[in-house]
Write a protein that binds this ligand. Sequence first.
Ligand SMILES: C[S@@+](CC[C@H](N)C(=O)[O-])C[C@H]1O[C@@H](n2cnc3c(N)ncnc32)[C@H](O)[C@@H]1O
Length: 263
Amino acid sequence: MSNRPNAPPAHSLGQKTFALDGREVDLLHYIHSRPDIKQLRGSPQKVVSAIDEYHTKFNPLINVGSVKGAFVTNLIAERKPSVMIELGGYVGYSAILFGDAIRANGGKRFLSIEKNPEAAAVANQLVDLAGLRDTVRVLVGASDEVLRELVGDRKEIAQVEMIFIDHWQKLYQPDLWLLEELDVLVPGKSVLLADNVIMPGAPEYLEWVQATTRQKRELVKKLDVGSLTPNPNLVYETSVSEFDTDFGKDGIAVTRVVGKESV
Ligand SMILES: C[S@@+](CC[C@H](N)C(=O)[O-])C[C@H]1O[C@@H](n2cnc3c(N)ncnc32)[C@H](O)[C@@H]1O
């Protein structure tokens, strides 16, 4: 039996819906009706700026945004992963920004997992427009199912180099447990970046990545892990960087896998 919570049908604050309500397709119409559409072709930076413009002038979008985006692209330039995975692709803003950085730093692939087929279709269009079709792949489906496929059936991922976790905060911890179970987190190599850990916040995830192995061995006895098999013996080092964003103060947790205890 799965203990995965069901994500709300749309991102909403009280009665106010602010994503996955049609604005994503509207964004596509906006981009294609711009007088500079020809200049956007093949330019990841210009496509990202056009998405930013839509966000500022028309409807806010739940993209990582330029401030946190620059923080992640700097980490990509520093670590130079060959393959990077993202959980929650939305309209492809981060996939374009980070896919471009992966390509610029000699990497091969950015795999963006997105559950909502309409958002994924918009992302695919924009990735294509940005000229990143050879680097970025948008995979439609729930994060846990696609991760299992990538590691198991398709044998595409043997080790996680860098992963950007940005789908739904309640799933951060179970999806990390899944990565632990799949044995793809490698000491000295894997880096996990989790967005929105201050707003809306991901307290269960933060508790896990900030705990010692000893604390995690105790925690795992108390928590409902469903059918998952977390590995409390992986040693993590986590820092949270804070940013002022359009929506308020937020943070990205950077977790480095630094060791594995044998018990
Ligand atoms: C905050 S947005 C991602 C923003 C994107 N990373 C960016 O910065 O441009 C969250 C996305 O996660 C998707 N999502 C929610 N639950 C998911 C799941 N279980 N698997 C994959 N995607 C999911 C939502 O449909 C939404 O598009």
